[in-house]
Design a protein around this ligand. Structure first.
Ligand code: ZN
Length: 229
């Protein structure tokens, strides 16, 4: 029904969330121009992502797709995903990321994709878990199943913003539990989150998984904040 979507676009034009230009029918979230200059993390900065976890948790691989820089107009993508009730942005960006990553072997051996859960309270407030939408995008390209039941978040610790580095690490201790008594020997779990900052929450989740299930762990986040802490 092309004419219907054309008509809807005419009456309610959609705008690029980066530059504000009107989007064409084929474009979603951002226009083609802004898409071409998406602040992807350069290959030589990728090892920096894994280094965040060194000495803290045993991980196989870790990567992130775009930078989340202070003042960047591209941050609106993440704001839409988290606060503007537009979680499908996360799926579309994750599809783009997965198409690029799959060639590199990043997903090789991974047996399930586990989005970082929100606390019940937070999920109720937001109405969805943004990391689940990212996980769905990765699964769409890789065919690896998404598992939203394996890990549970016990405590709402989401307010990390005003905490310093040490306080953030203290704040995330034992906030997750695992919903199974089975060990996952031989499995390789990909933990998925929206934005990587200190990595404290991801480390906490990976630590719980590894101690309870003895599985390998890798990490994917859509964005990486590298100058805000
Ligand atoms: Zn644009």
């Amino acid at each position: 029904m092309k004419w219907i979507s054309d008509l809807i676009d005419l009456i309610f034009p959609r705008h690029c969330c980066v530059c504000g230009e009107v989007l064409s029918r084929q474009e979603h979230d951002i226009c083609l121009n802004c898409l071409c200059t998406l602040p992807k993390i350069e290959p030589h900065h990728k090892p920096e992502i894994e280094q965040i976890f060194w000495g803290k948790i045993d991980i196989e691989r870790a990567t992130s797709f775009i930078y989340y820089r202070k003042g960047s107009p591209y941050n609106t993508l993440m704001h839409r995903l988290k606060y503007k009730d537009a979680p499908e942005v996360g799926t579309r960006l994750a599809i783009m990321a997965a198409k690029e990553l799959i060639e590199s072997g990043f997903f090789d051996g991974i047996t399930r994709i586990v989005p970082l859960p929100l606390s019940k309270k937070k999920q109720r407030q937001r109405g969805y878990n943004q990391s689940e939408y990212i996980a769905l995008g990765l699964s769409d390209i890789t065919g690896i199943p998404v598992d939203t039941r394996l890990v549970k978040r016990n405590i709402a610790n989401e307010t990390q913003t005003h905490k310093n580095r040490d306080e953030r690490w203290e704040n995330v201790k034992d906030i997750f539990s695992v919903n199974t008594d089975a060990t996952l020997d031989g499995e390789h779990v990909l933990l998925v989150d929206d934005i990587l900052t200190t990595g404290a929450t991801l480390c906490s989740c990976a630590g719980t998984l590894q101690s309870k299930c003895r599985c390998k762990t890798s990490i994917f986040t859509l964005a990486y904040t590298y100058n805000n802490f």
